[in-house]
Structure formats: C-alpha cells, structure tokens
Design a protein around this ligand. Sequence first.
Ligand SMILES: Cc1cc2nc3c(=O)[nH]c(=O)nc-3n(C[C@H](O)[C@H](O)[C@H](O)COP(=O)(O)O)c2cc1C
Length: 367
Amino acid sequence: MTDLSVEFLGMKFKNPVMPAAGPPIKDAEAARKAVEGGTGAIVTKTISVEAAEVPRPNMAQIRGGFMNTELWSEMGPEQWLEEEYPAIAELGLPVIAGLGYSAEEINELAKKVAPFADALELSTHYLGDDPTPVVESVKAAKAAAELPVLVKLSPQIDIPTFAKAAEEAGADGLVLINSFGPTLDFAVENGRPLMGSEKGYGWLSGPAIFPLALRAVYEAVTSVDIPIIGVGGISKGIDAIKMLMVGAEAVQVCTAPILEGPGFYGKLVAEIEEFMEENGYSSLAEIRGLALDKLPEEDQFETIPPTVIRENCTSCELCIKSCVYEAIELDESGEFVVIDEEKCAGCGLCVTRCNFAALELVRPGEN
Ligand SMILES: Cc1cc2nc3c(=O)[nH]c(=O)nc-3n(C[C@H](O)[C@H](O)[C@H](O)COP(=O)(O)O)c2cc1C
C-alpha cells in the first residue's frame, strides 16, 4: 500500500498535491471542481482589502511556459467572506487562505478569514532586498489569527535571507515560488504585447521556471527548520517527486490545472503513486530530502564519459546528433551507440537527451 498522506502543521492532506493561488481556485465553484479533480487540500486565490482591477489580456501560453499579469482576486473580501469561504469550508478538505499584501491589510483580513481557514498563506510579490515588509506581514497575521501562517516567496529575492527572516518573525511554513519576472513577449504579426499591463510586462510560470523553483526550495529547506511547500513549473509526477526529494513536504500547481483543467490534480497524484510503486517507496517520507546529500558542495571537474546501457539503446541517434564533441557513434552492429572516451568531454548532455535511459553518468564511488 502506498501512503500519499501528508501531515502539515496540524493539517492532514490525503495527498501532497494542491492548487497554487490563481484562477484554478478563484472561487468556491472552482474549489469544488478542484476537490472533484483530486486535490489533497484547498489553497484559495489571494484576496486583499479591495477587489483587484486586472489589466486585459492577462494570460498567455508561450513556448515552454506561461505568462500572466493577474493580480489578486477580482472579488472583494465581502464576497469571499459571505459566499466563497463558507462554501469552501463545507468541502471537507484543509483550507489554506491566500491573503495580501501589506501588514495593515493582512491584519484586517486575517481576523475575518480565520474562522474559514486552517492556515493562512501570505503572498509576497516582492522584488526588494529588505525583508522588513515580509517580517511585518507575518507578525500582523500571527497577531490577528491563531492559525499557522505560511509565507509565499518570490524567486527574485535572496531566498535564505527572506526564509530566515520569515522564520524568525514567526512564520510556520514557507511556500516557494511565485511567478518570475517581469518578462515580455508579443505577437510577431503585429508587435502587440501578449499582456495588457504597462509596457506589456508579465510574470512567467509553468515548466520554464521549474529548475528555478527547485533551486529556491532547496535553498529554503537548507536555511530554515520550518516546513516547505514547493511550487513552480510542476507539470508531471516526476517534477513533484523532485520537489519532495529536495525536501518539500507537499506541492502546489497553478499553470498546469489552468491548461489541463481540474482533473490535473488527480492525474498528478496518480503519476506520483506510480513512481512510488515502480521504485518501491511506500510513503512520501521515504522520498523526502533524498537528493539533499547528493548535491555537491563544490564544482566537479573530472571528465566522466557516460556508460552505455546497450539493452536500452534503440539506435535512434539523438545523442549522436547533439554531441558537439563528435564522441558518439553507432557500433558496427548498428544496434547501440559507443562512446569515444578520448573525444568525450564529459559534458553530460547526451545523458539528459536520451529518451530510453541508455546513457548513464556514474561518478567514481557511486552506484
Ligand atoms: C494566472 C495566474 C494568477 C496567479 N495569481 C496568484 C495570486 O493571486 N497569488 C499568488 O500568490 N500567486 C499567484 N500566482 C502564482 C502561482 O500561484 C504560482 O506560484 C506560480 O504560477 C508558479 O506555479 P506554476 O508554474 O505551477 O503556475 C498566479 C499565477 C498565474 C499563472
């Protein structure tokens, strides 16, 4: 039996997957669909003291990712308090309520939202070097509500500085990362920006930011003792597994359920479960943090030619095509590739391009 449940700050998630603040969780109806889709918890769209006025257009699919210039909820707190939160609280899953942005606003909102929430998530779309606004927001939330307070961090900041400041201010957990930017893209036919915001700037999410998110989560996990939820670019079960392997307790997703619909949550859960079953893991605790001691503390300079696993090779020649050192060729039999160790520079590219796990980089002493 595979156990996918997560204990997190007194909440119990039936699985580690939940929506990240954004359109897939923009109201109670969206939350109901997320629950049907298989989410393990509910995170609500960030609200502030007033409804946001959002430029249009504000969402675009771009190559490798997604761009948005949404702000917080376009519904004011009254609508949330009277209609949305009460309906969401009925859905029977733990609720993490998204709030923004200044300490004063958070103080005002946290008191009112607390009866409907199991935890608060403070969104900090913040680009500066000074963590003071984050510290003040945490203190305001803690003073206003007896609930666990999570701080959601942007990727543009120095993660250890902000993570430690949030922890010292009393944050109970962290969520990383928010979208990355500002970024720009436009339609080549007419030069019009994809976003209707000032200068056409938008914020990047989706697969393009996954390695950025993974690095941010790693830095946070190794800087503080409070638990962390990983978010940013997760589109496959294996991405969620990697987040757990650098120490995240659970994951959030926004772009993928926007593009694929609420059934994405259950699909991601099924892919996580499949990976665990195939690799003999029975609980998430067995996976959590597994990669941490594999990340080298200093640069590695040794040239290690990849090992060819002949039975996996399909002779597709993808690796040959992209070997800039011309170190790979087909064996005379034509059934597998061979590496010329004299020419190989140990760059590692072929290992990552192979679709059949036929190339492997094994450092001396590793198995
Ligand atoms: C259209 C859109 C709206 C978003 N709105 C919010 C928001 O209200 N509050 C927030 O903290 N993050 C917001 N985000 C950021 C996401 O919650 C998430 O941190 C980011 O998109 C990275 O995850 P992803 O790659 O899975 O989308 C939004 C993202 C998108 C794409």
